[in-house]
Design a protein around this ligand. Structure first.
Ligand code: KIV
Ligand code: ZN
Length: 388
């Protein structure tokens, strides 16, 4: 029997902390709606105390998205918690996500607090958040570099105070898969009351191990994965949703874990993100990159022609990719063009569609065939070009 993993998407919060990935309020709402279609369980919509703009975006997302949980991040301070709750409360399953650092280096230099003060502060923050909603997540920032018995003590106190999700972040991408799995096992076995909470992991990619660390922790008993589309995020990014989800799907035999993700919405979702932030998906990116299903060498091409499974562990269609590369010619009509854009994951409104259609026709006059890359270039140029 497979066990269910909750997918917590933080593209709109940690993802937005990626250099150059800033989104405006309308763009965030649009992406949040797509995340809902994708089937994520929780959308972390932003950090409401960070700015008025962030507050308004989280508030609008909480109202626009009704079929999955919307979370707002906040420091372990009453004023931050108030702000987060004000922003998310329009969502029927709103979550407050509060965090506090627990590693010695963060406590000493950043917080300038002793261990006993951090314990009290974490407990007080969770109690205060619980006075607003029973859906409270607590994150121990820099958990992977924290002292294990102290971390267990912090988690015991916040679970007793009412936290229902306990997040173990690898904030600086420092941990290694086996070590992280051992940490999760240790916490699940040693934290009193651990059965009352869902254990979650949140991994950064500084050493390129975010996905591996996330999967190792899930195998060890964590039941929530914090991820972003395409792995965007602070510094080298976060664990990529598509990698974590497809690993569990392709290797069901190994993980015996399932998610609620609609796989065929993966590619359209990452394309929409790419369109919004104006950054192309790197061609070599697993699952969603242009080369991910391209077979270059003769031996591989021959094998694939005989049986695709010789060199393909999943089909492009299973993640929502179209097989054919050629898109349109100058005789294509607006309806075909609109459909092709939708297949590619672009969600344009009528006005944007008209602009891109006209530009594409001009290009088709000069170029006989229009390929995916041409279409992407037109969309990015016409809709997201920077003012001169
Ligand atoms: O990386 C991190 O520690 C975070 C927390 C706020 C969850 O993003
Ligand atoms: Zn993070």
């Amino acid at each position: 029997m497979s066990e269910r993993i909750f997918i917590f998407d933080t593209t709109l919060r940690d993802g937005e902390q990626s250099p150059g990935a800033t989104m405006n309020r309308d763009e965030k709402v649009r992406l949040a709606r797509q995340l809902e279609i994708l089937g994520v369980d929780i959308i972390e919509a932003g950090f409401p105390a960070a700015s008025q703009g962030d507050f308004e975006a989280v508030r609008d997302i909480a109202l626009a998205v009704q079929n999955c949980q919307v979370a707002g991040l906040c420091r372990a301070l009453p004023s931050d918690i108030d702000r987060a709750w004000e922003a998310v409360k329009g969502n029927p399953q709103a979550r407050i996500h509060t965090f506090l650092a627990t590693s010695d280096i963060h406590m000493k230099y950043k917080l300038r607090k002793e261990r006993h003060e951090v314990l009290d502060m974490a407990e007080a923050a969770v109690k205060y958040a619980v006075s607003k909603t029973s859906n409270v997540e607590f994150s121990a920032e820099d958990a992977s570099r924290s002292d294990w018995p102290f971390l267990a003590q912090v988690f015991e106190r916040v679970i007793a105070a009412g936290a229902t999700t306990i997040n173990v972040p690898d904030t600086v991408g420092y941990t290694q898969p086996q070590e992280f799995a051992e940490l999760l096992k240790y916490l699940i076995e040693n934290v009193k009351g651990s059965h009352k909470a869902v254990f979650s992991v949140h991994c950064h990619n500084d050493l390129g191990l975010a996905t591996a660390n996330t999967l190792a922790a899930l195998k060890a008993g964590a039941r929530q994965a914090e991820v972003t589309l395409s792995g965007i995020g602070e510094r080298a990014g976060n664990a990529a949703l598509e990698e974590v989800v497809m690993s569990m799907d392709v290797r069901k035999d190994f993980y015996q874990l399932t998610t609620n993700i609609k796989k065929e919405q993966i590619f359209p979702s990452t394309r929409l993100l790419s369109l919004i932030i104006g950054q192309p998906i790197p061609p070599y990116k697993s699952i969603i990159g242009a080369n991910a299903f391209a077979h270059e060498s003769g031996i591989h091409q021959d094998g694939v022609l005989k049986n695709r499974q010789t060199y393909e562990i999943m089909t492009p269609e299973s993640v929502g990719r179209q097989e054919e590369d050629m898109v349109l010619g100058k005789h294509s009509g607006r309806a075909a063009f609109d459909k092709r854009l939708k297949d590619l994951g672009y969600r344009l409104d009528e006005e944007q569609l008209g602009i891109v259609f006209t530009a594409m026709k001009k290009l088709a006059d000069r170029k006989k065939e229009i390929f995916v890359e041409d279409l992407e270039a037109v969309v990015l140029d016409e809709i997201f070009r920077l003012p001169d």
